[in-house]
Write a protein that binds this ligand. Structure first.
Ligand code: MG
Length: 638
């Protein structure tokens, strides 16, 4: 049976904290990184006792560096060092010592010498009951690829010497993966798993700063694990992630995300094996399969009595009508066509707490699932517990889990063909008419801004817990830095959420994090069938739109053979434009609401992107707006 393991180097904090976090997340084994012992207050045997109490096997001690193929006197010193490592292993109760390929400038290149050194070391280890694992580092002086390491291990030919396979080193060097399946299982000492983004960078910097959990990067990690399993390997699968952002985050969150990533790896692998008629290799109960998502049922805003009139005026300017009031709470439902916006002015409970921290903002999102109970069971199984809110007598209980910055994600049953799902009738008193027409037809997408350190964590949340898929990451210039965006979407594309981070203290994303007090929904984009008619109507109703500089339209007329009349209309209305092969895109942004969120309204004509070409224009216009707002505040002495 495979066992999920995590290397202590993957988490931040003290060794005690790391061990507790690993056990709490459900890991059954850890690799102890020797540096962690340096800062440990107790003795190594205390680590052993602590791990035992927590039900954690110490799968390995690592690393021993620059060992094989050294000239004398360094060679002799290395064997003395190895004895001290074995003494440490006696105390720790670790059975495997990991040696990574030599990076020392004096290392000798002959494989025969390296094999002889490793054979001698393995014999010493055997006397004490230990095993040696040999790993090719992508930046090793002579041994960089797993095939070279394997040749040396085979040459040394010791029963207690095996190869350590690390997906990072293998993938960053583009080593072949399929032949791993032909290795003898008892010659694989350990399998380490890490993903990374497919960016061009020297392998050592990439490894030290950008390793990430499976599914967060671009490497074929599942193919790698599948090959190891095919070889017959059944030992620990160990996450070994060097990443500054991870070490800066709470260990509990990192361990939980690692477990989510491994559990979904296991799910994918077992699905592949089932297709090939092979038995599952998973540990523990199977994850409930993701439920199918079919759209956003509602977006919930929280506000106060004082700020509510401005929010409501904006919503009404966008064409929403109040159609219902909550039976027991100070909550209204605004609607047009199939789009539902809930405005919550409660003075207690979850929404009010959210308001106190973040101000008027989106506090919840309700998604429609074909099987919400299964979706919830899956979330629970992946470490996202059910949120239980206050429910009035006779009101619908809508299960939820915590999303970005402790906003809520509600799980609702889709009811195809039924205009108003029952939870509305149970909780709301509808005025006539129940339906409201309007120019907006759907929520096209929502964007989240998150802290840079939490970006990968939320990508894993949406993918593993909710069953979203992601699209490649894009980078956009912000007037004050850079802006990164990765779109995650439901498989049917009915829900799309670009997740954004900023790099630079004054970028739009950073300003948002600051004024909002954390990550959250910054943008809600609605679709319309006729943007020009919508904007004329909305402007007449007093909706403030972002001022787009004139130069943008001059540039547009130079780039595209648009009819002059169309460009002038866009210029007059503040509409932005993008084009792809066969597709056109018109869109517009409202000004920021209290520097926190804004609406986008868009018209797609056979166009499936997000107008990223116009993001720099939008960011520059928003930066101007923020500067003006700051000046106005200063003028009022506020
Ligand atoms: Mg490694």
């Amino acid at each position: 049976m495979l066992r999920w393991s995590i290397a202590t180097v993957s988490m931040g904090g003290t060794l005690e904290v790391k061990l507790a976090a690993a056990a709490r997340a459900g890991f059954r084994a850890v690799e102890i990184f020797e540096n962690d012992l340096t800062f440990f207050s107790g003795k190594p045997r205390d680590v052993r006792a602590r791990a035992q109490d927590l039900g954690l096997e110490i799968a390995a001690l690592q690393p021993m560096r620059d060992f094989e193929g050294m000239p004398e006197p360094m060679r002799a010193r290395n064997f003395e060092r190895a004895q001290r490592k074995f003494d440490l292993m006696d105390e720790l109760g670790a059975k495997l010592l990991c040696i990574c390929s030599n990076v020392h400038e004096d290392a000798l290149g002959e494989p025969e010498r390296s094999a002889a050194d490793l054979a001698e070391l393995a014999d010493l280890a055997a006397r004490r009951g230990y095993r040696i694992g040999y790993e090719a580092l992508a930046w090793g002086k002579h041994v960089k690829d797993w095939m070279q390491a394997w040749d040396i291990v085979r040459m040394a030919d010791r029963p207690n010497l095996g190869i350590v396979l690390d997906s990072f080193h293998i993938c960053v060097r583009n080593n072949p993966i399929a032949p791993i399946a032909d290795l003898p299982a008892d010659c694989i000492a350990l399998v380490q798993v890490a993903d990374a983004p497919a960016i061009l960078m020297d392998p050592m910097s990439l490894s030290r700063h950008h390793r990430c959990f499976p599914g967060q990067g671009d490497y074929p990690v599942n193919d790698f694990i599948e090959a190891a399993i095919k070889a017959g390997y059944r030992g620990p699968l160990s996450l070994e992630i060097f990443n500054d952002q991870f070490r800066g985050a709470p260990a509990n969150i990192v361990a939980r995300d690692g477990m989510r990533a491994l559990q979904t790896c296991g799910e994918t692998l077992d699905a592949r094996r089932a297709e090939q008629g092979l038995p599952a290799t998973r540990i523990g109960p199977a994850l409930p399969a993701p439920a199918a998502i079919s759209g956003i049922e509602f977006v919930e805003f929280v506000t106060s009595s004082a700020e509510s009139p401005r929010l409501v005026a904006l919503l009404e300017g966008l064409g929403f009508r109040r159609v219902a009031r909550h039976r027991s709470k100070d909550v209204d439902l605004f609607r047009q066509n199939g789009v539902n916006i809930v405005v919550n002015r409660e003075q207690e409970g979850f929404a009010h707490s959210f308001y106190l921290v973040h101000g008027t903002s989106v506090c919840a999102l309700a998604l429609r699932f074909d099987d919400p109970q299964r979706a919830l069971d899956r979330a629970n199984a992946l470490g996202a517990p059910t949120y239980h809110g206050r429910v009035g007598p006779g009101e619908a209980v809508i299960p939820a889990v915590a999303g970005v910055e402790n906003s809520l994600i509600y799980f609702l049953k889709d009811q195809p063909g039924q205009a108003a799902p029952s939870h509305w009738d149970r909780d709301f008193i509808f005025a006539n008419p129940v339906e409201a027409a309007g120019p907006l037809t759907a929520v096209d997408h929502l964007s989240n801004v998150v802290r840079r350190s939490e970006f990968l964590s939320w990508i894993t949340f949406y993918k593993a817990v909710l069953g979203f898929v992601d699209e490649p990451q894009v980078e956009v210039a912000d007037p004050y830095g850079a802006f990164y965006s990765r779109v995650i979407r439901s498989p049917d594309k009915s829900v799309r959420i670009p997740v954004n981070i900023g790099d630079g203290g004054a970028t739009a994303a950073s300003r948002f994090i600051e004024t909002f007090g954390g990550g959250g929904v910054q943008q809600i984009a609605f679709a319309t069938d006729d943007l020009f008619a919508f904007v004329e109507q909305a402007r007449a109703a007093g909706v403030p739109f972002l001022t787009i500089p004139d130069n943008y339209y001059d540039d547009l007329s130079a780039r595209y053979d648009l009819e002059p009349g169309v460009i002038e209309r866009m210029r007059a209305l503040g509409i932005l434009y993008d084009r792809t092969k066969g597709g056109e895109f018109f869109h517009i942004y409202t000004t920021m609401f209290d520097e926190r969120f804004f609406f986008e309204v868009l018209e797609r004509r056979s166009y499936d992107l997000f107008g990223a070409a116009n993001t720099p224009v939008r960011l520059a216009a928003q930066a101007n707006e923020a500067d003006e707002a700051a000046k106005a505040r200063a003028a009022f002495g506020g």
